[in-house]
Design a protein around this ligand. Structure first.
Ligand SMILES: Cc1cc2nc3c(=O)[nH]c(=O)nc-3n(C[C@H](O)[C@H](O)[C@H](O)COP(=O)(O)OP(=O)(O)OC[C@H]3O[C@@H](n4cnc5c(N)ncnc54)[C@H](O)[C@@H]3O)c2cc1C
Length: 405
């Protein structure tokens, strides 16, 4: 109905005709636009935000962890773990660094192969805008997409006019971080055209404790330690942070992508220390130091005290027998916590799940059902681990779609 009204209001002759319409001026949409534009296609990118690349600007704490030198399909979660292989092999970390170098954007390698902008993520968005400009791409901002139809062509109705194209690329991201422009439009368009979606949930997201645990742990808020966290056969090493609501920090964000409601998380509080040997050494010298003080030598004192209060009866080390010390050591290395939930899409860095990869060609990102309809980036059921993998998926999927759209 709205579509009919708009067509009448604007008239067919006022329709803006392009070869390619891209919904979403984020990482994947801009990369796709650049590549498609370079092939001589007329391209328009529509976005309801007031700036392109809003998520890029806030990513990596403003420095943007834009790729990772250790790129492998194993760093991605998807119902089909092989789907991302083709795009990753055709657009590598070296391809994105070459683009940065061409534009004089400085970058640096940090731990575990993560590449960040040396100055600011704004340098990277400026680079993308310049590339779009050179490729003759139009970017229309503050543009709300109202409706999408397909007859001979795609017709996209917006509050900034009606656009018509041969190819339509949905690069509108997932549901995470709505304040940076996320909306469910990509999923809605997929459903409208009969494409299947996988289950969707927030990922790379902090945990919330059950109310009773929140009371106990809130006094630990701000404490951070190096730990190993385990859930559903995945293990991540890194820092974990107690917050006033639950647990965060890189290792917790990583494991959140593998966690489901009701699952326990197993935390090794001292992954580099054989704490049982430490206990036995103390016992050998008949140490009268209280257990929480022994643990305070390895953990923040406050955490050691709260942990002991919850899990054991703290007493001088010489008063435990060997089995008790073995059990305490086991608990230190396998502390189980069952969160109530996660903080949800409001703070999640990514959306797990999306357009079912069975619906798309892994070579082109084009829908198998609807000719000319492409999907790129986070809207697809391909989710990266923390460390620059999600932006790399956005670049790679946008790049390959741009060769065909
Ligand atoms: C806080 C934070 C930090 C992050 N840090 C990193 C990091 O350091 N490294 C990393 O690899 N990944 C990081 N990510 C994840 C990464 O930013 C995303 O996975 C990636 O940007 C997804 O790119 P995309 O192009 O698929 O979607 P997006 O970048 O989300 O772009 C989608 C675009 O579509 C537009 N849009 C949505 N709905 C509509 C609509 N209805 N009409 C018009 N336009 C619409 C949006 O405004 C947006 O511009 C971070 C995410 C967050 C939230």
């Amino acid at each position: 109905m709205l579509y009919v009204i708009l067509i009448k209001a604007f008239g067919q002759e006022n329709m803006i005709k392009k070869d390619v319409i891209i919904i979403g001026a984020g990482a994947s949409g801009l990369m796709c636009a650049i590549e498609s534009g370079k092939r001589g296609r007329s391209v328009v990118v529509l976005d309801h935000a007031d700036k392109p690349g809003k998520k890029i600007r806030i990513s990596g704490g403003g420095s943007c962890n834009f790729t990772n030198m250790n790129m492998s399909h194993r760093n991605f979660i998807s119902n089909n773990p092989h789907f991302c292989k083709s795009a990753l092999s055709r657009f590598t970390p070296r391809d994105i660094t070459a683009m940065l170098e061409k534009h004089g954007v400085e970058y640096e390698e940090r731990e575990q192969g993560q590449l960040f902008c040396a100055k600011s993520a704004e340098d990277l968005t400026r680079m993308l805008e310049n590339e779009c400009n050179d490729a003759g791409v139009n970017i229309v901002l503050d543009c709300r997409v109202l409706d999408v139809k397909k007859a001979d062509f795609f017709i996209v109705s917006t509050d900034r006019g009606i656009f018509q194209s041969e190819s339509l690329v949905i690069a509108s991201g997932g549901l995470s971080y709505p304040r940076s422009g996320a909306s469910g439009i990509g999923h809605r368009i997929a459903k409208q055209f009969g494409l299947k979606l996988t289950d969707i949930r927030p990922a790379l997201v902090p945990f919330i404790f059950h109310p009773e645990d929140r009371k106990i742990f809130s006094e630990l808020s701000g404490i951070s330690i190096e730990a190993a966290v385990k859930c559903n056969k995945m293990v991540f090493r890194g820092s974990i942070l107690f917050t006033h609501r639950g647990l965060s920090g890189p290792a917790m964000l990583q494991i959140s992508s593998y966690w489901k409601d009701g699952d326990a998380i197993v935390i090794d509080l001292l992954p580099d220390t054989d704490i049982y040997s430490v206990f036995m050494e103390r016992q050998l010298v008949k140490s009268k130091i209280d257990m929480h003080n022994v643990l305070s030598g390895f953990l923040p004192a406050h955490l050691a005290r709260v942990w002991c209060g919850l899990n054991i009866q703290s007493k001088p080390v010489n008063q435990y027998n060997e089995k008790e010390l073995r059990d305490i050591a086991k608990q230190v290395h396998n502390w189980k916590i069952t969160p109530e939930s996660t903080e949800g899409f409001n703070t999640a860095e990514v959306t797990l799940g999306g357009i079912d990869t069975d619906e798309l060609s892994s070579k082109t990102m084009e829908s198998r059902r609807v000719k000319g309809l492409y999907f790129t980036g986070e809207v697809i059921d391909v989710t990266g681990q923390l460390g620059g993998y999600n932006l790399h998926w956005a670049w790679a999927s946008g790049f390959v779609a741009g060769q065909y759209a």
